[in-house]
Write a protein that binds this ligand. Structure first.
Ligand code: GDP
Length: 176
């Protein structure tokens, strides 16, 4: 079979959160981090990554909001069929953190019809430690409230980026 079909499982993952928290950067950082990638030629709205996790060859289709979050026009079609959702904020901008509770988690409830959808909370831009406005403890507390995983990372330095996607993927694989 061709390279595109040589996988065992296929998952749709999406990133949500305020504009400029680093959603696109996280995707690019993750996609370009390894040699066995498919070039992102399919479209501007999603990218594909092949990787092996727990002995399974996976195809991840990672959807980006492509700036639509600015106009609050993400709709059910964006969320449809997603197995994993990354709720992202910028650790240097407090409002991007509070908007996860006030805006984004509500939108997930409204549009994400998949009850088994796995969520992960991600605080990005930890490389800007001196400008930090949200503590790790606050991130942990929100993750506890959401009942989801939590990581802090940097799309710039690639710190923890692979970990975020891999832990999310592992969790999705645990869904019966
Ligand atoms: P999006 O609107 O959520 O997709 O955010 P972008 O990926 O477009 O990033 C917004 C801005 O933040 C850009 O200028 C990025 O270069 C910058 N950025 C993204 N991730 C990081 C990071 O981890 N650290 C730093 N210092 N800047 C970042």
């Amino acid at each position: 079979s061709g390279q595109n079909s040589s996988y065992d499982l296929s998952f749709k993952i999406l990133l949500i959160g305020d504009s400029a928290v680093g959603k696109s950067s996280l995707i690019v950082s993750f996609i370009s981090g390894s040699a066995k990638d498919i070039a992102p030629t399919i479209g501007v709205d999603f990218k594909i990554k092949l990787l092996t996790v727990a002995d399974k060859r996976l195809k991840l289709t990672i959807w980006d909001t492509a700036g639509q979050e600015r106009f609050r026009t993400l709709t059910s079609s964006y969320y449809r069929g997603a197995q994993g959702i990354i709720l992202a904020y910028d650790v240097t901008r407090r409002n991007t953190f509070t908007n996860l509770s006030e805006v984004w988690s509500k939108e997930v409830e409204l549009y994400s019809t998949n009850q088994d959808c796995v969520k992960i909370l991600v605080g990005n831009k930890v490389d800007r430690e001196s400008e930090r406005a949200v503590s790790t403890e606050e991130g942990l507390a929100l993750a506890k409230e959401f009942g989801c995983l939590f990581f802090e990372c940097s799309a710039k330095t690639r710190e923890n980026v692979d970990k975020c996607f891999e832990e999310l993927t592992l969790k999705i694989m645990e869904v019966p």
